[in-house]
Design a protein around this ligand. Structure first.
Ligand SMILES: CC(C)(COP(=O)(O)OP(=O)(O)OC[C@H]1O[C@@H](n2cnc3c(N)ncnc32)[C@H](O)[C@@H]1OP(=O)(O)O)[C@@H](O)C(=O)NCCC(=O)NCCS
Length: 185
């Protein structure tokens, strides 16, 4: 099975079909794709990217990106020490990362995260921290594997520094990677 990660709607026109039956196991994320994704994209509330199967055009995963700022006091100590002492830090928020249950644990979530980092690195607006809100403990474990960390008392809100995310990407990776088909056997 191969898939390509594309801006939401690029393969599916305005109707955004290809998302029927999407089930990542989290009702709120399923509902978001089914009902709100299209309108959020149209209104520029979120930039949404979808992993689309090349054979069937079905959406098997998605994530959203938006600009954000985080309060210096809200990030964990390790990160705070490396940031300038401004009260607000420019950030990118990665929201709603989801993969269809039928293809979970095959590396697609990691591919989507890598794609999100690549696209964020090409964002002309400055950002130095990526923020994510984990929906539950499982999602939190997923992000912890990629160098995200949280502060005590707010376990589900995680942050990673831009440099650390860049280091996670394979060496010499091209920015055009997102447009190439991803292959999962
Ligand atoms: C979280 C989610 C996006 C992960 O997607 P995925 O395609 O299954 O993840 P991957 O196969 O790319 O896994 C990447 C790594 O994370 C690990 N991982 C995946 N799911 C995990 C889980 N539930 N708990 C702990 N580790 C997990 C994998 O083992 C893998 O590590 P490895 O390469 O060392 O084996 C997916 O499970 C999902 O959509 N969950 C429901 C929605 C959700 O909670 N989204 C998070 C939004 S906050």
């Amino acid at each position: 099975m191969t898939f390509t990660i594309v801006p939401y709607g690029e393969r599916h026109g305005k109707k955004g079909c290809g998302k029927e039956g999407f089930d990542c196991g989290n009702p709120a994320l399923n509902l978001y794709l089914a009902r709100y994704a299209g309108q959020d994209v149209r209104r520029h509330y979120a930039a949404l990217f979808a992993a689309v199967r090349n054979d069937t055009d079905r959406i098997i995963g998605y994530y959203a990106l938006s600009n954000a700022s985080v309060r210096l006091r809200d990030v964990h100590e390790g990160l705070r020490r490396r940031l300038p002492k401004y009260p607000e830090i420019p950030a990118i928020r990665l929201g709603r990362l989801a993969v269809d249950k039928s293809v979970q644990r095959q590396g697609i979530g990691a591919e989507l995260l890598g794609d999100a980092i690549l696209r964020s690195l090409t964002n002309v607006a400055a950002w130095s921290v990526m923020a994510v809100d984990a929906k539950d403990e499982k999602a939190r474990s997923f992000y912890l594997r990629f160098g995200f960390d949280s502060i005590e008392g707010d376990n589900m809100r995680l942050y990673a520094m831009r440099q650390d995310l860049e280091a996670y990407l394979p060496a010499g990776v091209a920015f055009s990677l997102s447009q190439k088909p991803h292959i999962i056997i």
